[in-house]
Design a protein around this ligand. Sequence first.
Ligand code: ADP
Ligand code: MN
Ligand code: MN
Ligand code: MN
Length: 346
Amino acid sequence: MSSASTYHPDLLAPFLPYVWIDGDNGLRAKSRTIPHKVTDVSQLPHWDFDGSSTNQAPGNDSDISLRPVAFYKDPFRGGDNILVLATTYNSDGTPNKTNFRHHAQKTMELAKDAAPWFGLEQEYTLFGLDDRPFGWPKGGFPGPQGPYYCGTGAGRVVARDLIEAHYRACLYAGVRISGINAEVMPSQWEFQVGPCEGISMGDELWVARYLLIRVAEQWGVKVSFHPKPLSGDWNGAGCHTNYSTKQMREPGGIQAIHTAIAKLSKRHDEHIAVYGDDNDLRLTGRHETGHISNFSSGVADRGASIRVPRHVAEKGYGYLEDRRPASNIDPYRVTDIIVETTILDK
Ligand code: ADP
Ligand code: MN
Ligand code: MN
Ligand code: MN
């Protein structure tokens, strides 16, 4: 009675959200049923959506195509259900103006012999539906920063249940989340993803963000990736980008780390241009940042643009940390330019 392409409840029919980056650096998703189990990305059909509703196309030429690039286990539905990460292309086949993966993938292909690894530290802030920081006292402010970073206990951290649900969702999905911690400002948290090689870093960070926003939705909580969500004496939010090549990870690699830092120092402005909007509000030289208009580097220096972790300097190999990227970066752009500058000598 039922063919392989007709839906029937007895049939294995995974329910798939296609997730994509929209015209405002946010995430959208719409779902469909695929009447077979998916084992390879090539089995996933292209799809499309109305780009005029997502700030990605004009109304008179609004069909934007979704091309699947990766899939992950769906932690919300389990079983054979998956979630699909898709990239956006215009009707003439060119990448959409918001599709920075297209170029990044070419860069990563050219640089693959150097085996670039990244580890991103995604900071973010939780807000209630009333647009006040989640869990802050009604009609007032929490006490000054100090007890909140990696805090323990009521009054010091908020929403740990939400944060741990997100952590579990990432682990289930197969996203390489490597840790979480509460941040310096109350209601601000961080998760780390990585190390991931090449283009997969951008993919995994975007999916981790999607899972966070989706989990928080169930709590009625909003996630802000703004780099300075509250003005005043409150820390901003960044997306520190840890980076290494094969050469840097081998004994004696500190030399390659210093060479990369010298190259980065010559393209500070080009990097800042793609390190997130409103980053000038965060990179003030205060609150553990280096000033946006100066490039600097140092061992264990959290006020520098580039920090070489103490343990890396002592061992003589490892990775560097670029502290400049803001929390609202597109990770495809950041990983792309770091590889262009340090490996492809742009
Ligand atoms: P911080 O002390 O700056 O808060 P974290 O522990 O939050 O550091 O993050 C360090 C990050 O460095 C982790 O996300 C990890 O994945 C990443 N990392 C570790 N080794 C490497 C490496 N060789 N190359 C790139 N990233 C790395
Ligand atoms: Mn960190
Ligand atoms: Mn942090
Ligand atoms: Mn860091």
